[in-house]
Ligand binder design. Structure first.
Ligand code: NDP
Ligand code: 8X3
Length: 251
């Protein structure tokens, strides 16, 4: 089985690559950081005797996405699982003070990028009359929190697209699932705060966040239900987090 994971150079995507590789699946891994893709390919192929094809592109650019998917060799053409994971938050501020550059990055990556790759891969799944698309949403796609405005809007869009894809792809035997995590410790907050690692660290201070492996295990479980079972939607939170804003921390 061939699994395409977007945003595999870090965090949830990287852990997801590991778990599918460990279970004998061949992988297509994407991201912009080529060196990390090559390192991961080498590591997984050696450890698990599977094949990994890497595609280095910016998901915000439809030409790059199209060229990358069209370049796939024959033995990687039959994608059965697409994990739409590449995404980010940029900034944390009110609407009136928000930075256009942050908004555009989030909208272009989390919504438009997800759409570009989904269009291409879903058409190939339709030809095979089989497939599973797993969209990584967020608790931010179920709730809205102060200063989270545009990030929350992009993840609400993923929530809507997840439902819409399921309807459109229903005649083609394609499963569609959303996984919506709460706080997961990855590079997410470093990216959100434009590289400010100290500020990012504070996000998880005094609490146990989810780990990327927790989400990867859930993705793997969802992908391995019997053919007649589809998991539509999962919200997965740290035990100490009840909502986007309610977290118990050790003082
Ligand atoms: P990371 O920052 O650790 O990983 C993000 C991944 O997305 C990287 O591999 C990055 O690759 C890729 N990516 C980002 N922008 C682009 C782009 N323009 N083109 C191609 N790839 C891109 O964060 P997470 O693992 O936490 O995030 C994964 C997903 O999980 C995101 O959709 C995020 O919104 C979601 N999520 C995260 C939560 C959290 O608390 N961490 C909670 C809920 C949801 P590269 O930089 O190499 O291009
Ligand atoms: C990431 C979780 O709460 O920072 O999607 O938006 S949150």
């Amino acid at each position: 089985m061939i699994v395409l994971i977007t945003g595999a150079t870090s965090g949830i995507g990287k852990s997801t690559a590991e778990i599918f590789a460990k279970n004998g699946h061949h992988l297509i891994l994407t991201g912009r950081r080529e060196e990390r893709l090559m390192e991961l390919k080498e590591k997984l192929e050696k450890a698990y005797k599977i094949k990994v094809h890497t595609l280095c592109f910016d998901i915000r650019n439809n030409d790059e996405v199209t060229k990358a998917i069209e370049s796939l060799p024959n033995d990687f053409n039959r994608i059965e699982i697409l994990v739409n994971n590449a995404g980010l938050a940029a900034g944390l501020s009110t609407i009136q003070n928000g930075e256009l550059n942050h908004w555009e990055r989030m909208i272009d990556t989390n919504i438009k990028g997800l759409l570009y790759i989904t269009k291409l891969v879903s058409n190939s799944m339709i030809k095979n009359n089989k497939g599973h698309i797993i969209n990584i949403g967020s608790i931010a796609g179920k709730e809205v929190y102060g200063n989270g405005n545009v990030y929350c809007a992009t993840k609400h869009a993923v929530d809507a697209l997840n439902k819409a894809m399921r309807i459109d792809l229903l005649p083609h035997n394609i499963k569609v699932t959303a996984i919506n995590p709460g706080m997961v410790e990855t590079e997410f907050s470093v990216v959100r705060f434009d590289g400010d690692a100290e500020r990012a660290k504070k996000v998880y201070e005094g609490m146990q966040p989810l780990l990327p492996d927790d989400i990867a295990e859930t993705i793997f479980w969802v992908a391995n239900r019997p053919q007649h079972v589809n998991i539509n939607d999962i919200i997965i939170m740290p035990t100490v987090q009840a909502s986007a804003t309610q977290v118990i921390r050790n003082s």
